[in-house]
Design a binder for this molecule. Sequence first.
Ligand code: NAP
Length: 432
Amino acid sequence: MSDHDGQAPHHVRVGILGCGNVGAPLVDLIQRHRSGIAARTGVELEVAAVAVRSASKERSVDLPGGVLTTDAASVVDDPSIDVIVEVIGGIEPARSLIARALATKKPVVTGNKELLANIGAELFSAAHDAGVDLLFEAAVAGGIPLIRPLRESLVGERITRVMGIVNGTTNYILTRMTEEGVSYQEALADAQSLGYAERDPTADVEGFDAGAKAAIIASIAFGARVVAGDVYHEGISGITAADMAFAKRLGYVVKLLAIIESVDGSIGVRVHPSMVPLSHPLASVRESYNAVFVEGEAVGNLMFYGRGAGGAPTASAVLGDLIDAATNLRKNSSASVGTLVEARIRPIDEARSEYYLNLEVADRPGVLAAVAGVFGRHDVSIRAMEQEGLGDEARLIFITHTAREADVQATLHDLRDLDVVDRVGTLLRVIS
Ligand SMILES: NC(=O)c1ccc[n+]([C@@H]2O[C@H](COP(=O)([O-])OP(=O)(O)OC[C@H]3O[C@@H](n4cnc5c(N)ncnc54)[C@H](OP(=O)(O)O)[C@@H]3O)[C@@H](O)[C@H]2O)c1
């Protein structure tokens, strides 16, 4: 039952800025589902204008004559347009266009993580002052509903930790390495040939993309101002096939996790490869799928799973926001994020976790005692140890008890100076 029975649908003219991977399927969805959306929600969407960079480029959707323009500002300024969708990406001109739309009290829907992770607070505050919506479901996990559950369903919940696999490219690469034993380079080349990874994969594989998403999740989950620059991040390029094999044998799988937690009034927000126990729901998230695991005091554990990117899934999330914005416009209301408070960002040195460490060592008596002595000196206690290989191939694999990051880093520093240690290999945090 909807709240519009017996009334004519509310006609809403939409200006879409960008008609690329997300914009084009969005136009298609609006055109195909227009009457169904009107019947279910009482809102009839019309694509009134679509702004692009190049007028001559071939488009994958049919646009009515006169709709396409290369003048995005004219779309924002058109008084007959009710709602703006920004799917251009990047900082400028997206930032100025959104600010201009909000200043004239037009609701805005965007999927722009880069913008929100850097100047989200500024835009949320502009939307709040204007009393209109700024909705961004698509910015964090593509088609997976996450922002609305965090903002609405869980608004009264005390969230303690959010852990997410929020980058499909790295999850694809790690899945290939885990399941087929291939090297990082081989899995990356495959991801590139399938179009999952860019030719320059840095933003994905070094954790920048996941870091931007972690900043947005932290802002929404804790109502605090967290920007991309606050996020500690490490990528996956140093993970070896041997690490994957050890992880498997020990009962873990390696995943690139964004971890956002509230500890004693501080917010910890970091992205790094992590050893996830095989029994944890995040361990079963394979290929380019994404998932976000939310831990709340009263609600317990929740997991949101699905396609974290791709044109159609992302357009689906944008469309949901668009219908919400149009409905709120009709009711003369808005769902504002409001003002984000300043919070202490916990430095990575204060993070606590169990750790996995892999050392290449000399194969001779006394090595273990020397290595164990370094751990002990820094208060890092060893939970499990295995020796692997002999002679030049000798390795020691350690899992520690929960320790402080600063102590573990000091341990690594001293291990590098030990003459029986040939190489300090990968360090991974173990999730519990
Ligand atoms: N793709 C995904 O899977 C995905 C997932 C989640 C979030 N997002 C976010 O969604 C946004 C759009 O991503 P996308 O993949 O659709 O990007 P895209 O394929 O590169 O499309 C960008 C569109 O913006 C247009 N454009 C660029 N500069 C413009 C300007 N100055 N004025 C008007 N139009 C301009 C381009 O025009 P031309 O077509 O003429 O070049 C193109 O149509 C980004 O913020 C991205 O982070 C994307």
